[in-house]
Design a protein around this ligand. Structure first.
Ligand code: NAD
Ligand code: ZN
Length: 358
């Protein structure tokens, strides 16, 4: 059984393309009630970017805090607030920020037209009604959230995406200038998500010509962006932005693997953000990903990045077990990494062993 992948149908790419947003939104402003909801990372509230968001008097501009990764409870509150305060179903939702905001914008646009809590929709194709038109404008590159079919959410019971044909953005604005000022560590953690997506996509049983092709090209771009010499930051940012896009497409047609399964455990139990959690895990996965971890270590050195290590000293036995339990439930990732008989290779003890190395 092959899966059907829905990708983003419209994309604009280029330096300064954010300035076309007002023009892009014109067709959505046809009636007096057709306001637009802008959901922007509150990091930008006092930055020049805030002055470039074309919010008019019928629109709603929501500044969203992403200190915690996206939660189902926050999605539900945002949806309720939009519907009660604005009094309209918005003509479009625009998300401006990193992967967390991409996921909030995708989830909220689905939940505006589907009743009940977003917890009910964590899974595949559970939404019944098409989402409000939604536009993604990434300010960090690596997660591929701008192109994926998933809005990853942490709920009371699990970290699992709202995934389906209504989730992907209808349009994405890829403006490499928006990632230019990201701090070195954050740029690296998020950028490595793309690198790790490719490594994992290429090393597993679900790989195929489509996923390999995207992953290979994304890997070339990641290596140029992080290992290349003589590139300006501007050139590197363009490559990274496209690496993120291709990496996201690659795992759409394939799957992530061991690093992501472990990283979900770290995020769920200890609250580490996705990018840094991946880096902490990948840093200790030489036994699984060999040469690709060597390149990763070189990138860390070149960019003088801090990757937390020896964090396992602070883990309690309960935390270790909880992380391993969260991780082992990610059947699809383990199956990709080790095949249908993965349970012969991977056990709670083995996973605890990996966590103890971190
Ligand atoms: P993020 O969106 O969580 O942001 C990390 C930090 O960077 C935040 O403090 C944010 O305010 C800040 N930030 C954002 N843009 C900035 C900029 N230009 N300059 C300075 N600071 C900036 O980071 P992320 O790594 O892009 O996203 C991680 C999230 O993406 C996680 O919630 C993860 O679950 C999700 N994710 C989703 C998918 C998907 O397919 N939907 C795939 C991978 C990861
Ligand atoms: Zn990832």
């Amino acid at each position: 059984m092959y899966r059907i992948i829905k990708t983003v149908p419209r994309c604009i790419f280029g330096k300064g393309s954010l300035d076309q947003l007002d023009e892009i939104l014109k067709p959505f402003r046809s009636g007096p009630d057709n306001g637009i909801v802008f959901m922007a990372d509150d990091y930008f509230r006092d930055k020049p970017l805030s002055g470039r968001i074309p919010a008019g008097k019928h629109d709603m501009l929501l500044w969203i805090n992403v200190d915690d990764e996206p939660k189902t409870s926050v999605v539900d509150n945002l949806r309720d607030r939009i519907l009660s305060e604005s009094g309209f179903v918005p003509a479009a939702v625009v998300g401006i920020g990193g992967g967390s905001i991409m996921d909030y914008a995708k989830a909220v646009s689905v939940m505006i037209t589907n009743s009940g809590s977003s917890v009910l929709y964590q899974g595949l194709n559970l939404a019944k009604n098409p989402a409000v038109f939604h536009i993604g404008i990434p300010t960090l590159s690596g997660t591929g959230a701008e192109v994926s079919m998933t809005a990853v959410l942490t709920g009371p019971e699990k970290k699992l995406g709202i995934k389906g044909e209504f989730t992907p953005f209808d349009l994405v604005v890829l403006d490499p200038e928006l990632i230019r000022d990201a701090p070195a560590n954050q740029r690296f953690y998020t950028g490595m998500d793309a690198y790790i997506h490719n490594v994992e996509s290429l090393c597993g049983t679900s790989r195929n010509c489509m996923s390999d092709s995207y992953a290979h090209q994304s890997q070339v771009l990641c290596r140029e962006a992080f290992l290349g010499t003589g590139l300006s930051r501007e050139e590197a940012d363009e490559k990274l932005m496209i690496a993120s896009w291709f990496g996201g497409l690659s795992i759409g047609f394939s799957e992530v693997g061991v690093c992501h399964a472990l990283s979900y455990g770290l995020s769920y139990v200890l609250g580490y953000h996705h990018g840094i959690a991946n880096c902490i895990a990948f840093n200790q996965l030489e036994d699984v990903y060999g040469k690709d971890t060597d390149d990763f270590h070189r990138m860390i050195e070149i960019h003088k990045i801090d990757i937390p290590h020896n964090i396992s000293k602070g883990f309690t036995d309960n935390q270790l077990l909880h992380m391993a339990e969260v991780s082992i439930k990610l059947d699809h990732m383990w199956k990709h990494a080790y095949g249908p008989e993965w349970r012969n290779v991977v056990s709670i003890d083995k996973i605890v062993g990996w966590f103890r190395k971190m």
